[in-house]
Design a protein. Sequence first.
Length: 281
Amino acid sequence: MKKLLVPTDFSQEAQNAVDLAAQLAEKLDAEIILLHVLEIPYGSYSVMGEIHLDYTFDQVYQTQLINSSKQKLDELVKQLKAKAVQAASRLIFGNPYVHISKTISDQNVDLVVIGSKGASGLSEIFLGSNAERVIRHAECPVITVKGGVNLNEMKSLALASDLTPEQDVVVKEIQQLQALLGVNIHVVRVKTPYNFLGEEEAQKQLKAFQERNQLENFTLNTSEAEFADLGILEFAEKNQCGLIAMATHGRTGRAHFFGGSTAEDVANHSRIPIWTMRVGQ
């Protein structure tokens, strides 16, 4: 991993993401790209850097907002460079999700680290969030973080999986992270009333999963809960895991509304950082 993208709105959650990305960048000798997107209607930002604003808007306010955002980005870059971390910043106008996705593609980003306040109730169902959309559709792995994280204190991570071969690509990525952080992997298959599996068959699948992926420094586990996201969270908290890793299938439209996404649900409700990677369609 050589390029890490950190979208920021300058909130505390975003600062937590910057801090985590800095720790990863130090270990990886990677560059951090800080991205701030201003949602200014009818505004544009040219490739030469000129700012064009529709005169129907308060230009004084817009200019102050732009200058303030530039100063905050410059300060974040300065903080990172003081830690000997390579850093660059981008200030763009438009839709945050669109420009996060475009930056991932244009800059060949290897990992996104994004802060999130989470969501609950109707806002979670109907409004969603930029973080949720990034989790669901990003072309690279995403770490969603809420609180502060110290990687040097992390001892283990929970890898939640349905144990199918489709998710083996996720394991390869997690093994690289395991080697980087020096942590144990707790593989967990959550059994719910909707995807129930007998314990004997579950253990058989766990063993095949372990052998197929040549896991090292691991434990194999099952957990039972009414819903998969609750089972994953309960397991991770009980075992004091510093990170939860899992795949997301990137459902959209009606499939997403009715079926939901376990990865998004976990990211919304967990205080533990969540590492996600899209698999399949």
